[in-house]
Design a protein. Structure first.
Length: 222
């Protein structure tokens, strides 16, 4: 029993690591997608919108399965060799891509909320486009996007349960193994639910603190 509990707690760290890694990778992808969707180059704009529409239109579980089985198949077609890819890597790739599709829309809306005068002010100071974006625009984007980003983080946390189907030893996978070994499925799935709840509550507390910090920073507080 103690060994099962330890395994479940270890699986919790894997779930948190999966969520954090997917969020970080997804955030980078989301920024890229938001910029590509906002570009004046029409074909790039249209392709990006199509990509985002497809991702948002597919069930998250289907995306996970397509990445897991499709990535190996794609590598085989290109190289002629079968390469076994880590389930964790596939999980991160699938979840970060899903996360990016939704967050890119949040960031794009936040970008549109920034006054064009901010770009003009940066140009007047002799800054380049990238410098203006990262030093002037992006910090203001977080202020507008933070509440919605918090919601997407909570969704991502729950979506990590999907990767148990491709073999990642996360909370759900370990709960399933424990249930099969002890014939007490309700107890172990209830334990998994409580762990997810604790992680979610801690996340909500952290997001609330982050929101208060941003508000104080804007008001010139310390």
């Amino acid at each position: 029993m103690n060994a099962i509990v330890e395994s479940l707690l270890l699986a919790s760290t894997i779930t948190i690591g999966l969520a954090v890694t997917s969020a970080l990778v997804g955030m980078v992808l989301a920024i890229i997608l938001a910029l590509l969707e906002s570009t004046a180059i029409k074909w790039v704009n249209h392709l990006t919108k199509l990509f985002i529409m497809l991702l948002r239109g597919l069930p998250e579980l289907l995306v996970v399965l397509l990445v897991y089985f499709g990535l190996s198949q794609l590598i085989f077609i290109i190289t002629g060799q079968f390469v076994e890819i880590s389930a964790f890597f596939c999980g991160v790739l699938a979840l970060s891509t899903i996360f990016a599709a939704y967050v890119s829309q949040i960031l794009r809306g936040a970008l549109q909320a920034i006054s064009p005068g901010q770009w003009e002010a940066g140009q007047a100071l002799g800054m380049g486009q990238l410098t203006i974006f990262f030093r002037l625009i992006l910090p203001q984007v977080w202020r507008h996007a933070l509440p919605a980003l918090g919601n997407q983080w909570l969704v991502l946390l729950k979506d990590t349960a999907l990767v148990s189907l491709i073999g990642v030893n996360d909370i759900m996978k370990q709960a399933q193994l424990a249930a099969a070994a002890t014939w007490e499925p309700f107890n172990w799935f209830l334990a998994a639910a409580l762990i997810y709840l604790v992680i979610t509550l801690v996340s909500q507390y952290g997001l609330k603190k982050a929101s208060l910090y941003v508000t104080r920073f804007e008001r010139g507080g310390h």
